[in-house]
Design a protein around this ligand. Structure first.
Ligand code: 0GY
Length: 291
């Protein structure tokens, strides 16, 4: 693994917040293990191993029932580790894959049978090389008939340029980590306002209200500066939000979060039982376990 790599917390605390029954950790990853599932040659980082068994142990410890496992960029478009994890989950995990435009219909069908329900397009330049937008639109057209959606990862500064592309994709869209707002700016300001407008104008677009540890400048344990952003999205779009741990937390530099404390963050952004039920159970079940 990279010399400055921060590994996930070996012994997270038990959360105080009791998750509603059937809760889904709707954004997490597996890494390798590298000797079984080698990392991609084009990767931008080499992580520690983080296996499906470790993910499922964390799921049980925190009180989740299910996972949505998102293909990590360190595995490129080789979804082997993801599919292996889905198969080990006994139907308790669904997946978001990375695919290339030359993927065959048979390969897409096999991913679907394994539990994949979406693809991820990544626009974060430190993580991937650029893929032309025409290519991505072509992939979205291929997956639309399967009933899959597109997960998009970008940074707030890039939203003006991406706005029309995202709004016109032919599938439902899920935006990772609220489009990575700069939380030193106001949640009522123009930058986050553009993200809220995207959701308001496009009923097919969802948001993950994830990663306070990644977005926060004020830092742990409270991640207080992220609360107004996530709270606004949950309150305005309660039917189109998802939450996840982001375990094993790739590429964090400042600190490694305590996953139990991340769960305790949830009631601060979704303060009522009704909002929590939608965020943690109803919404992810609708998007990932409709069949
Ligand atoms: C995240 C965030 C990051 C990495 C990846 O696939 C990935 O490599 O998603 C990041 O470095 O910001 O969602 O896990």
């Amino acid at each position: 693994m990279d010399p400055n790599w921060l590994s996930f917390a070996a012994e997270p605390s038990r959360p105080t917040f009791r998750l509603p029954p059937g809760s889904v950790d709707a954004h997490c990853h597996v890494f390798g293990p590298g000797d079984l599932f080698p990392f991609a040659p084009e990767r931008k980082y080499t992580p520690c191993d983080a296996s499906a068994a470790q993910l499922f142990a964390l799921r049980d410890f925190l009180g989740f029932e299910r996972n949505v496992i998102v293909q990590a960029t360190c595995h490129g478009a080789d979804n082997g580790a993801l599919v292996d994890a889905l198969e080990r989950s006994g139907g308790m995990a669904r997946g978001v894959a990375t695919v290339r435009e030359d993927i065959s219909d048979a390969e897409l069908k096999a991913l679907d049978a394994a539990g994949v329900r979406g693809v991820r397009f990544n626009f974060v330049k430190r993580l991937v090389d650029t893929t032309p937008r025409d290519t991505l639109t072509g992939i979205a057209r291929r997956i639309a008939p399967l009933g899959w959606h597109t997960v998009i990862y970008f940074e707030a500064a890039d939203l003006p340029d991406l706005y029309d592309f995202i709004a016109t994709l032919p599938t439902p869209v899920v935006v990772d980590h609220m489009g990575r707002p700069d939380v030193t700016k106001s949640a009522d300001g123009p930058e986050f306002g553009l993200f809220l407008r995207l959701l308001a104008e496009s009923p097919q677009i969802w948001s993950k209200v994830t990663c306070p540890e990644r977005l926060s400048v004020s830092g742990p344990p409270g991640y207080t500066d992220v609360v107004p952003f996530a709270h606004r999205v949950v309150e305005r779009f309660p039917e189109r939000v998802l939450w996840g741990t982001d375990w094993p937390h790739p590429n964090l530099k400042s600190h490694m979060p305590d996953d139990g404390k991340l769960v305790d963050f949830i009631p601060r952004i979704a303060p009522t039982a009704d909002l929590q039920q939608k965020l943690l159970v109803d919404n992810p079940r609708r998007l990932y376990w409709a069949r």
